[in-house]
Design a protein around this ligand. Structure first.
Ligand SMILES: Nc1ncnc2c1ncn2[C@@H]1O[C@H](COP(=O)(O)OP(=O)(O)OP(=O)(O)O)[C@@H](O)[C@H]1O
Length: 272
């Protein structure tokens, strides 16, 4: 289970494939505020792609554009060879995008297992009314869902808390359950919103390891935003750096680290 840091592996080992999502000249405004200014970058199949930047740089806005929650005023988004238009939330899920949130969005009163099962909802094909008529199909689907969820529970090492109500868990474990729920949707791209925010050092190390393992084991493409630059550098294949809505760097962790504009944007900036 111990994957080497992403930066130490070759492209071939990491199964990085063709461009999956291509964002071209994206501009997003909120009234007079330009949150994203003419930014282009792509996400390749199988990679861990990070978007970093100081507070207010536009990272959350960008994640919301990727997820389809915000529709930019300018620019184009291509996903798996097709130009993407505005989408409803269920269309986003069907397209294969699942995300975690900075402020955990789980059902506190429900068990870990039931929370993770909600991640399968978008994959259920048998409508409720048909379950009485075609019991076999619904049952088969239920078995498949359970099997997939159990695999994820084992993988993320949360077997011992599967029946515990989420509200009783410490912060780091809640984040892991959220990751499990997003994975249950078997996303084409997994979007992580500051996955390490608010964590202590040990929790951060665990989360880092799980993100790398998910990418390695399931081949899941991951796009994440963070403002903790150190964490991201160990984790990512490529990094986009934003500042005041602009893209000021894009490349491997080493390329980005050596970029003078990136250095000056981060100098003196207090980050976790
Ligand atoms: N819904 C909104 N309405 C108006 N302005 C917004 C909205 N969302 C973001 N902004 C503005 O857009 C800019 C970019 O904000 P955004 O939250 O995307 O940055 P960020 O890099 O994610 O910041 P942080 O690290 O603090 O979360 C900021 O000036 C912010 O005030």
């Amino acid at each position: 289970m111990n994957a080497a840091p992403a930066a130490e592996l070759t492209t071939e080992d990491r199964r990085i494939g063709p461009v999956m999502m291509d964002l071209k000249n994206i501009t997003l405004r909120f009234g007079g505020v330009v949150a994203i200014k003419d930014i282009s970058f792509d996400i390749r199949e199988g990679e861990i792609r990070a978007i970093i930047g100081p507070n207010g740089a536009g990272k959350s806005s960008m994640l919301n554009v990727i997820s389809g929650f915000y529709v930019p005023q300018e620019g184009e988004i291509w996903f798996e060879g097709k130009k993407r238009g505005p989408m409803k939330p269920y269309e986003v899920a069907r397209l294969g995008l699942a995300r975690t949130f900075q402020n955990i969005a789980l059902f506190d009163g429900m068990s870990v297992l039931d929370n993770i099962m909600t991640g399968r909802l978008n994959r259920m094909k048998a409508p409720i009314w048909s379950q009485a008529l075609w019991w076999g199909r619904a049952e088969r689907e239920e078995d498949e869902n359970r099997e997939q969820v159990e695999k994820i529970i084992d993988f993320l090492e949360i077997q011992n808390i599967r029946k515990t109500p989420v509200g009783r868990l410490p912060y780091g474990l809640k984040k892991r359950v959220e990751l499990a729920r997003a994975l249950a949707a078997e996303p084409r791209i997994l979007l992580l919103d500051e996955p390490m925010a608010g964590m202590n050092v040990e929790e951060k190390e665990d989360m880092c390891r799980f993100i790398l393992d998910v990418n390695d084991e399931f081949g899941t493409t991951i796009a994440l935003i963070e403002h903790d630059m150190g964490v991201v550098m160990d984790l990512s294949d490529r990094v986009v750096v934003m500042d005041y809505g602009r893209k000021i760097g894009d490349g491997t962790p080493d390329e980005v680290r050596g970029n003078p504009e990136v250095i000056s944007a981060y100098l003196g900036v207090a980050h976790e």
